[in-house]
Design a protein around this ligand. Structure first.
Ligand code: C2E
Ligand code: CA
Ligand code: CA
Ligand code: CA
Length: 277
């Protein structure tokens, strides 16, 4: 945790500090948020290291709360996971992300869209059907839908392994997020139907642990290459980090250096300019 770079943002709102009444109200509002149309998606580009093209986009949810303002995922996703509201929230995020993304094209057809998925969604019995109908309803090439799961989710969970196998059979792409922060053995990766590894942003430090972090990144890239996995590095803020990732052999990068997460219309304009030049 010492490595995790704090965001330069004061935590505006921490539901765990609420009294029981406030907490129950917050949970009720969260349960209604998707139906009330209060969820907003922001998008952040994923840019190919070799060609400097935007090849994919990650959707990041926010909650436009009627009185508390725009809430960040850290302010409501943990509660949504605990109460189960994440299932409805996640289904809406998935549909919205697909419907937005099919209008955006990359250098080789429709842009791939990455969607974050929680463990509670993966083990929900309707999840695979939800994903299937998204792909069908939006005429999305299934491999252009990238589901991001985290390393900690896949540890010792037969239910999650079963869900991943069903998703892989649909032809969707599966990415492992925040890689390097958990404890999975490399052998775990080999036994799962994964296509992409996202290296956690904490490995792009510029401080005293830089040399050790860079060695970890290089090791992950080499291992991923042998396992035929693509590597995306997240949290790229400076040009030097991009240069290091290029020399290390990463496939794509994501971070404020390219673009901060933005609403769909702004992302669309950015994309047109970027991929045109
Ligand atoms: P994540 O999937 O690891 O997403 C990357 C986070 O890093 C995002 O925070 C993004 O805004 C931030 N980020 C992007 N570029 C940079 C950079 O250059 N430097 C730094 N320091 N940070 C950068 P955000 O949007 O607050 O999301 C936080 C987490 O919330 C996500 O982490 C993901 O785990 C979760 N999340 C977001 N949307 C969803 C969703 O729709 N469903 C679920 N289940 N979880 C979501
Ligand atoms: Ca992610
Ligand atoms: Ca991540
Ligand atoms: Ca993360």
């Amino acid at each position: 945790a010492a490595k995790a770079k704090g965001k330069n943002r004061v935590q505006m709102y921490d539901p765990s500090l609420l009294q029981d009444d406030g907490r129950l109200q917050f949970e009720a509002e969260l349960a209604a948020a998707a139906g009330a149309g209060e969820l907003v998606l922001h998008y952040q580009p994923i840019v190919s290291v070799r060609e400097d093209w935007c090849v994919a986009v990650e959707s990041l949810v926010r909650w436009q709360h009627p009185t508390r303002g725009l809430l960040q995922p850290s302010e409501f996703i943990p509660t949504a996971e605990r109460t189960g509201a994440i299932v409805a929230i996640g289904a809406q995020v998935l549909r919205r992300a697909c419907s937005d993304a099919v209008s955006w094209s990359g250098p080789s057809g429709p842009l791939a869209v990455h969607v974050n998925v929680s463990a509670a969604q993966l083990i929900d019995q309707d999840f695979v059907a939800t994903v299937r109908s998204c792909v069908t309803d939006f005429a999305m090439p299934p491999d252009r839908l990238v589901l991001e799961i985290t390393e900690s989710m896949v540890l010792d969970s037969p239910a999650i392994r079963t869900a991943l196998a069903a998703l892989a059979a649909l032809g969707v792409t599966i990415a492992i997020d925040d890689f390097g922060t958990g404890y999975s053995a490399l052998s775990t990766l080999r036994t799962l139907p994964l296509d992409i590894v996202k290296i956690d942003k904490s490995f792009l430090s510029t401080g005293p642990s830089r040399a050790a972090d860079q060695a970890v990144v290089e090791a992950i890239v080499q291992m991923a290459g042998r396992l035929k996995l693509k590597v995306v590095a997240e949290g790229v803020e400076r040009i030097e980090q991009l240069q290091f990732l290029r020399s290390a052999g990463a496939d794509a990068t994501q971070g404020y250096l390219h673009l901060c997460p933005t609403p769909a219309p702004e992302f669309g304009s950015w994309l047109e300019q970027t991929n045109a030049t």
